[in-house]
Ligand binder design. Structure first.
Ligand code: DC
Length: 225
């Protein structure tokens, strides 16, 4: 195992476990760059929609990849995501994109392309990267690997509150079903499925405040520095 030149923290886990909230706070406090890899898969899914492609059109989506530029800009409370220079921060979180991103992210060439882009972001700076395959595939030598989990009920409750805050009228049972479906698809795809890296530490956020989880992971990072 080679130690990466710049410190790497990998945070993986299922949908709505709190990965991006926690990763962003840690990155701000520790002055690391935060890389939200889920946002990158979502941006590719949106690019397919904008190009008028069916989500099942793997060859069409793969042909689009060289023309897709994804950038992150710092922002509060969330980073801004730019797709070919256009702000798509909210659009990539729509229900349509959320329900189709698992399919698009199962395409081998999409994953290979994004994994290259994700690794390139670690060349110059310490990073906290969150996703599904960061500890297993993207950054196998990361100094710290966290597997963040929470019960399905609690994750559905969190999504419910988020959607309510956005002025939507969510249904808790539907959200629970969507989360379970996405968990299943993300954990059962052929390439880089969601799995805990052998050397990852599991942190269960069920019943924990954001502050408690941040403190737990900060201590883990400190212990590995
Ligand atoms: O973290 P998120 O919910 O924004 O991720 C959206 C989807 O992208 C998720 O359902 C699976 C996929 N994804 C992936 O396959 N690999 C990653 N490293 C990150 C996300």
């Amino acid at each position: 195992m080679t130690q990466p030149a710049h410190f790497q923290v990998a945070i993986d886990g299922p949908a709505s476990a709190g990965k991006s909230t926690i990763a962003k706070i840690l990155a701000t406090d520790l002055k690391y760059v935060y890389v939200d890899t889920g946002a990158m898969y979502r941006a590719i899914t949106l690019a397919a929609k904008q190009a008028g492609l069916a989500y099942e059109d793997e060859a069409g989506i793969v042909a689009l990849l060289p023309k897709i530029e994804i950038a992150f800009l710092p922002g509060e409370p969330v980073q801004h995501v730019l797709l070919n220079g256009q702000e798509v921060t909210e659009e990539i979180r729509s229900t349509e994109i959320t329900n189709n991103v698992s399919l698009v992210s199962s395409y081998q060439a999409v994953r290979a392309d994004l994994v290259d882009r994700q690794r390139a972001l670690t060349d110059q700076q310490p990073v906290i990267m969150d996703g599904r395959d960061i500890g297993t595939t993207v950054l196998p030598d990361a100094q710290v690997k966290i597997f963040l989990i929470a019960s399905v009920d609690e994750r559905a409750e969190r999504r419910f509150k988020e959607n309510q805050a956005k002025g939507m009228n969510p249904d808790l049972e539907t959200l629970k079903k969507e989360i379970e479906e996405r968990d299943y698809k993300d954990s059962h795809r052929a390439i880089s499925p969601l799995t805990k890296a052998e050397d990852a530490l599991t942190v269960d956020t069920t019943g924990q405040s954001i502050g408690q989880v941040v403190a737990t992971i900060k201590q883990i990072i400190k212990d590995h520095q």
